[in-house]
Design a protein around this ligand. Sequence first.
Ligand code: GLU
Length: 509
Amino acid sequence: MSVRVRFAPSPTGPLHIGGVRTALYNYLFARKHGGTFILRIEDTDRTRYVPGAEAYIQEALQWLGLTYDEGPDKAGPHGPYRQSERTAIYRRYADQLVAAGHAYYAFDTPEELEAMRTRMKKAGAAAPKYDQVTRQYMRNSLTLPENETRELIEQGVPYVIRLKTPRQEEVKFQDEVRGWVKFQSGQLDDKVLLKADGFPTYHLANVVDDHLMDISHVIRGEEWLSSTPVHVLLYRYLGWEPPCFAHLPLILKPSGKGKLSKRDGDLGGFPVFPIEWKDPRTGEVYAGYRESGYLPEAVLNILALLGWSPGAGREILSLDEMTRLFSLEKVGKSGAKFDPQKARWINQQHLKRKSGQALAPYLRTELEKLGIDGYDDAYLAAVAELTREKAQLLTDLWPLSRFFFIAPVEYPLDVVKKKWRPEVRDFLASLAERLPDGPLSAETLETAFEEAAQALGVKAGRMKQLFRIAISGQPSGPSLFPAAALLGGGELKKRLRTFLTWAEQHLEE
Ligand code: GLU
């Protein structure tokens, strides 16, 4: 059997990272087995459709490198891949189900449905539904005479098509993550398959497409588990073999209490969406991992570990490594707690793996924003090599790197005061004199530093922090001598002099 899997988001807004994790696991499974990964847009619920959401999904997958083999913008043998372009297909199967007696027309108005619910509630039903029992008292093709049903349809009276669920039957399926899962059909309601607007519901469209698109494995979030018995019935009634199912565990709040939501991200200061989303209806902006300084490979790594474990204590993995190690057997059943600190740590590990060259474009962008040019790529790469060690997020790089491009004019007065001693002035002046005007190595600088200290009889170690502040404006930062050396002798001298002038004005001795 060839592996064909799909990611089937509904374009109802930005893609939650739970959805991205589903896409990732499908991708990994497909690549691992040399199979095909499909993007299918499930846009049949017109009331929930949000313009821009489909483009958002595609952009997010592209940023993350989760390339699909077939999709709305990638023609394949099973297209179209947007459900709104397939409505005629679903209609045919809905009709087939009615003809075979597995589905029926229902003409009930919203008022009649409401009256039924009220009646049932009065009779003590906690959650009244349209099911094997109540359908007997409603206006549908099971209770109306055949000719009346025909007449209503001919007159254009709105109707839906509902699944006729069996009265008392065990519906079971084997889930790759959970083992055997069983439901009693008496607990199911007669789900609407085709709506009055002629569009299918999720259930019908999903099953028809998974079949027609030759999907071998349905890998999706746990929230769809309760829909699966409905799907299993549909496969049976349509005479089709169901695919294998795998339901992924929920992604939980950091506290572990409930599903991770946008609100949790807002409160905890971390994104729950891959890329930034600007809601076209409200203008509200939702934070994204991309804009918050995460690397795409780190986001994939963070998500991979939410529900799957590669074993052997491995935590930092590239997409290729994940692909090699992935298996559904190692996906857990219980919810996976999202840990924002660990997410940052994982990003940091991936930043450390990046070369300075790979990070240079990020600094280039920041420089361009400020209209600064005149630095070559090699310099940018060297800066990034030095500063990435201290960065957890890509966005930390610029504040750490800024002084390599912009000389400080302000210094932290409190710290300077605390560290200041009279010999500092002489020391820095003497150091400046010892430096060459041109390029400088870290070793030459360190030697000059030691010599200046010796000549004045001061401890070199004690001079370091003020030297750092003098050249960077900051009390801490990247490895001192390599960073300072990169600035070059001439620039260092200038900065030391500027600092000494400032100190004269701000410090009383
Ligand atoms: N359209 C559903 C969603 O938005 C797809 C669920 C499934 O994969 O079957 O997640």
